[in-house]
Ligand binder design. Structure first.
Ligand code: SF4
Length: 426
C-alpha cells in the first residue's frame, strides 16, 4: 500500500469528513486550527471504525477533542469562527496556542558534556542509557496522537536543530569513554519515518562499541503504518538493517507504542510483527493510560492479550503526563492502579512482564507499586525504577499520602528529587 498522508485541509476533502456528524465537523474545524493534525490512509481506512464515531477509540486517539481546551476558549473560538472574522479568529487562535502548547522540559544536567562542550542531540536521563536524536528523527510521525506533546516540535525547526545532531560519529567517543552506558535509544518523534539507509548511517558507528549491548528504537509505526515493514520501498532494507544490528552482537529492541487493542487487529499488523520478529529483533510494547480511550480493565486485558497472541512483550503501562493544560487525558493514580492490578489478574501470566502504572518525565521513571496502610493512614507506594545518573534516587521507595483523586505527577517527581552526587561525571 502506498502511504498517503492527510492534513486538516486535505482530510476535509474526503467523504470521511463530509460524513462526520455536524458537531464533530465543528470541533474538527476549530481545533485543528489550534492543534496539529495528521492522519494516513491506513488509519483512516483500516483502524478507525467509522460506525462508532465519535466514540471509536482510534478516532479519539487521533482527532482533537473539545475537552483539550478550556470550555470558555472553545466557545469563544466557535463564536468568532461563526462571526466570520478571520483576523479576530487568528488573534484568538494564537492566544489559545500560547496558553495551550506545552513547554517541553528538559534537564540541562542530562545533556552530556564531552571534551568541554555539550553533546548536542544526546540526552542521558539514566546511568546506563543514552538517548540519541539524529537530525532527521525528531521531525514527524506517520500520524499524530491527540495526547502527544512532541508535536509541538514538529514545526519548530529551531528546536529540532538545537536538540539533534547531524554528524553520525558525534556520540561515538563519548560512548567509548562511558562504558557504563549499555543501552542506546533512538527515539523521535518516530525514527522509523526516515529512510533505512539514513537510519543505518547513524546506527552503524554505534555497533562497534563493545560496551553498548542494546539498541532501542522507539516507534509507533507498527500501529500507525505497519506497511513500513511490508510494502514501503525500503522495507526490506529496514529489515536487513535490523538483521545487521543483531549480526553485530547487539540486542535490538523495538519499543512499540500501542494504546488500544484495535491497533493490533487484522492481518497487516500480524504480517508486520512476524517480519520484524524473523530478523531476531524483540518487540516490547508500551503505551499510556488515557482517559476515555483505554481507561478500563477490559481495554488493558484486550491490549495485553492481543500483544501476547502476536508474540509481543507487554512492557510498560505509562501514565499520561501533564502535557495538556486541561488535563483531559489524565486519570487518577488510584484508578490507574486498580486498572493495572485487575487487568494483570485477568490476563495470561505472560503479561507479568508489564510494569505499571509508571510515570515518566524528563528524568525519572516512577512506578506506582500499590497502596499501604500505616497507623490508619493510607499511602501510595512509589518506587523509582530509573533516576538520573547525577542523583542517588534509583531504586528508592517513597510513600505518598493517598487521595482517591490525585492525578500527579508533579508532587511525585518532587518526592524523588534526591540529593545530587557531585562526583559523577556525565
Ligand atoms: S507517534 Fe509518538 S511521537 Fe508521534 S504523535 Fe504519537 S505519541 Fe507523539
Amino acid at each position: 500500500m502506498k502511504f498517503k498522508s492527510y492534513t486538516s485541509k486535505t482530510f476535509k476533502k474526503t467523504t470521511y469528513y463530509s460524513n462526520l456528524p455536524v458537531e464533530e465537523r465543528k470541533v474538527f474545524d476549530v481545533l485543528t486550527r489550534v492543534f496539529h493534525f495528521k492522519i494516513n490512509n491506513y488509519v483512516i481506512d483500516t483502524l478507525i471504525n467509522w460506525q462508532k464515531v465519535p466514540n471509536d477509540p482510534i478516532y479519539k486517539l487521533v482527532f482533537p477533542r473539545k475537552e483539550m481546551l478550556h470550555i470558555n476558549d472553545y466557545l469563544k473560538l466557535i463564536e468568532i469562527q461563526e462571526s466570520g472574522s478571520e483576523t479576530e479568529l487568528l488573534i484568538f487562535i494564537n492566544h489559545v496556542k500560547n496558553k495551550m502548547f506545552p513547554k517541553i522540559n528538559y534537564n540541562e544536567n542530562c545533556v552530556p558534556i564531552h571534551n568541554g562542550s555539550l553533546l548536542k542531540g544526546a540526552y542521558r536521563s539514566f546511568k546506563t542509557t543514552l538517548a540519541l536524536y539524529p537530525n532527521p528523527m525528531v521531525k514527524t510521525c506517520h500520524s499524530y496522537c491527540s495526547y502527544c506533546f512532541r508535536w509541538v516540535t514538529f514545526n519548530d525547526y529551531e528546536m529540532q536543530n538545537a536538540s539533534s545532531y547531524d554528524f553520525p560519529l558525534a556520540p561515538v567517543s563519548y560512548l567509548k569513554e562511558h562504558k557504563e552506558i549499555t543501552d542506546v535509544v533512538f527515539t523521535g518523534a518516530d525514527p522509523l519515518i526516515i529512510k533505512a539507509d539514513t537510519l543505518k548511517k547513524y546506527i552503524d558507528p554505534i555497533l562497534d562499541i563493545e560496551s553498548v549491548k542494546v539498541i532501542n528504537i522507539t516507534s509507533k509505526s507498527l500501529a500507525w503504518w505497519p506497511y513500513r515493514f511490508i510494502t514501503d520501498v525500503d522495507s526490506y532494507e529496514l529489515l536487513n538493517l535490523f538483521e545487521y544490528i543483531i549480526s553485530k552482537g547487539k540486542h535490538l529492541n523495538i519499543l512499540a507504542h500501542f494504546t488500544h487493542s484495535q491497533e493490533l487487529e487484522g492481518e497487516i499488523i500480524k504480517e508486520a510483527t512476524q517480519r520484524i520478529k524473523r530478523t531476531g529483533a524483540i518487540i516490547r510494547c508500551q503505551g499510556p493510560l488515557v482517559r476515555d480511550i483505554n481507561d478500563s480493565t477490559g481495554a488493558w486485558v484486550n491490549l495485553w492479550t492481543k500483544q501476547i497472541e502476536l508474540g509481543l512483550i507487554p512492557f510498560y503501562m505509562l501514565m499520561e503526563a501533564d502535557h495538556n493544560k486541561e488535563s483531559c487525558f489524565k486519570i487518577p493514580l488510584d484508578k490507574a492502579l486498580h486498572i493495572f492490578e485487575e487487568a494483570q489478574k485477568q490476563t495470561s501470566s505472560m503479561s507479568r512482564t508489564a510494569r505499571g502504572p509508571v510515570f515518566v518525565n524528563d528524568v525519572h521513571k516512577i512506578l506506582i507499586d500499590g497502596t499501604i496502610d500505616i497507623n490508619d493512614q493510607k499511602y501510595f507506594v512509589l518506587k523509582s525504577l530509573q533516576a538520573p545518573p547525577y542523583t542517588d534516587g534509583e531504586g528508592s521507595i517513597k510513600l505518598l499520602q493517598y487521595d482517591k483523586d490525585t492525578k500527579g505527577p508533579e508532587n511525585l517527581f518532587e518526592l524523588f528529587e534526591e540529593k545530587q552526587i557531585d562526583t559523577i561525571s556525565l
